[in-house]
Write a protein that binds this ligand. Structure first.
Ligand code: NAD
Length: 361
């Protein structure tokens, strides 16, 4: 049965980067006989303009019926002054929580051609390929009780609760082990088990799962402070990193910056059945919208992630990643990754170059 994708271009540079990614999707669909179909919907500011809310019922119903979602980015100054509860970014949080997208996948992959863009030495980062699997719907960001209370002596006290049940740990660990099986077969579970009981349970649960169900995956454990250090000291030691919401938030940004350019980084958020939403890590970049300068490669690489993780079409996913490597080899660069001696191109030309590199019309 053919699979159906919902494309949400969103705001700012969203429509431009999505147009480029859609052409790539079209080409791999034909070339690999994927039989994917897709339709467009509205999210964020574009949905506010059309329906008065950032995640209208019509989009929710499209999203519920789709097998995967490809998103550009949402938000912009036009909607910054409207009431907080109906701002574009609320649409994003709502779609993630309604679809129960609990597993956030953020690869930090550095194309060797861009090794100079990193703030680390090229030899430390060249060939870097890490996948961070972050739990996205639990932990201290959602735990109860939470709030700011007044103590008897009149002093105020803020408090949050870091909480993970075994089932929550198991489902995110399963994602990490399964994905490691598709890559380098190594998982590093990051915790603070020496101090926090919640992560002591995390460590025990992940260990028991590996022993019972994933003996072929090599499991290691690391305290979060050491992991932060190792990521900048010797990042290539990692394959898949799995961790909770708070640690994952920080480590995934750290790992992303190892690659130097926000315009290159895709992401995925998955539910328990592999349905996912795929999007670039960057925002809607209103400062460069409509100028044909945005880098579409993060969105194009998000299409590759969608093919790999929601549709298990590894060959097509790899073909897109290789095509991106080829255009970088050709010296083509958008403004954000431009360096001396390279050829500067716009969004449209970069997208077209990836399509051409895919071949097979
Ligand atoms: P941003 O990521 O949009 O932009 C940060 C900087 O990176 C800007 O200088 C921008 O020009 C540049 N940039 C971003 N993507 C680029 C690309 N593909 N190619 C070249 N340069 C690129 O972050 P921001 O400026 O903090 O936020 C702008 C808007 O995006 C806000 O409304 C924010 O709420 C929204 N936002 C949305 C998402 C999302 O949709 N997932 C994520 C972050 C921010």
């Amino acid at each position: 049965m053919s699979k159906n994708i919902l494309i949400l271009a969103g705001d700012g540079i969203g429509p431009e980067i999505i147009a480029a990614a859609e052409q790539v999707l079209q080409r791999v669909n034909t070339k690999f006989g994927l039989e994917l179909t897709w339709q467009h919907g509205l999210l964020g500011g574009a949905a506010i303009d059309a329906h008065g809310e950032p995640y209208p019922a019509v989009t929710a119903s499209q999203a519920a019926n789709a097998d995967a979602i490809l998103l550009g980015a949402v938000g912009g100054p036009k909607w910054d002054s409207i009431e907080r509860s109906i701002r574009p970014e609320r649409g994003l949080l709502k779609i993630r929580s309604e679809l129960n997208l609990f597993a956030n996948l953020r690869p930090a992959l550095l194309y060797p051609q861009l090794a100079d863009a990193s703030s680390l030495k090229p030899e430390v980062v060249a060939g870097l390929d890490i996948l961070i699997v972050r739990e996205l719907t639990g932990g201290i960001y959602f735990g109860q009780p939470r709030g700011i209370r007044e103590l008897e002596n009149g002093e105020k006290q803020g408090y949050n609760t870091d909480v993970y049940s075994e089932s929550e740990i198991k489902r995110i660990a399963k994602v990490a082990f399964e994905l490691a099986g598709l890559r380098g077969s190594k998982v590093c579970s990051v915790d603070k088990a020496n101090v926090l009981e919640v992560t002591e349970l995390w460590k025990q649960t992940v260990t028991a799962m590996q022993q019972a169900e994933y003996p072929n995956i090599e499991l290691s454990h690391m305290y979060v402070d050491n992991a932060a250090m190792q990521l900048v000291r010797a990042p290539k030691q990692f394959d898949v990193i799995v961790t909770g919401n708070l640690f994952g938030d920080i480590l995934s940004d750290e790992a992303a910056m190892l690659t130097g350019s926000i315009g290159m980084l895709p992401s995925a958020s998955l539910d328990e059945n592999g349905k996912g939403m795929y999007e670039p890590c960057h925002g809607s970049a209103p400062d460069i919208a409509g100028q044909d300068v945005a880098n579409p490669l993060a969105t194009i690489l998000s299409v590759a992630m969608m093919l790999r993780y929601s549709f298990r079409e590894e060959a097509a996913a790899k073909a897109i990643e290789d095509a991106v490597g080829q255009v970088l080899d050709q010296g083509l660069r958008t403004a954000d990754i431009m360096s001396e001696g390279m050829q500067r191109v716009g969004t449209v030309a970069m997208g077209a170059a990836v399509v051409a590199a895919l071949g097979g019309e």
